[in-house]
Design a protein around this ligand. Structure first.
Ligand code: URA
Length: 201
């Protein structure tokens, strides 16, 4: 798809999200957080839901968990400018409670549209909510974290522990960091496979 059309379509999705009143979360949010980053990326990161800082600033992962995420991105050779980042639910649940099933279901079409337009090759699922939403029927995050899972749509999913859960837990933190560091090799391998199987014109 032409980049300008993609940008326009994603802008429409962003505007819809900003005006969305489809579930109860609009009543308590300051603002919706549609997502941000590089729309030509090969890698999308998907978290759970905005927290307090994100609700104030309108940017995903701009609080403490986001700072940790940025450190891991840098260590793996990436920056925010290389990736697109969003959440399964676009508005902050009050008191940072877990998003409810109906909230996730109502919000889902925004995420699907973003994935359809951006066409990432790898989706990094941050935490159990994103992993369960994007990899339905899979085992719990404690079993599947760090495993690259290719699905029929051709996208490789990498489920990881959530940076907020790992931030103050030494064991989870080191597991998350070592899982995260698999990302460059996953992308390299995908490039190699693509080079050896060029698409026919
Ligand atoms: N946690 C999330 O899952 N998403 C954010 O945007 C911030 C914190």
């Amino acid at each position: 798809m032409d980049e300008s059309i993609k940008r326009e379509e994603l802008e429409k999705v962003r505007e819809e999200i900003l005006a969305c009143q489809k579930c109860r979360l609009f009543e308590t949010r300051i603002q919706a957080v549609p997502g941000s980053g590089n729309i030509e990326t090969k890698v999308m990161f998907i978290g759970e839901a905005p927290g307090a800082t994100e609700d104030q600033k309108g940017i995903p992962f701009c609080g403490a968990a986001g700072k940790f995420l940025d450190e891991m991105l840098e260590a793996a050779g990436f920056s925010r400018a290389d990736i697109f980042i969003t959440n399964t639910v676009k508005c902050r649940p009050p008191e940072n409670r877990d998003p409810e099933d109906d909230e996730k279901a109502i919000c889902r079409h925004y995420l699907e549209k973003q994935i359809e337009l951006i066409k990432p090759r790898v989706i990094v699922c941050l935490g159990r909510h994103a992993s369960a939403s994007l990899l339905p029927g899979m085992d719990s995050i404690s079993k599947i974290h760090g495993r690259a899972l290719k699905r029929q749509n051709g996208i490789v999913y990498l489920p990881l522990y959530h940076p907020a859960a790992a931030l103050h837990n030494g064991g989870l933190r080191s597991t998350l960091i070592s899982d995260f560091m698999k990302l460059p090799a996953i992308l390299e391998k995908m490039d190699e496979i693509e080079k050896s199987n060029p698409k026919e014109e």
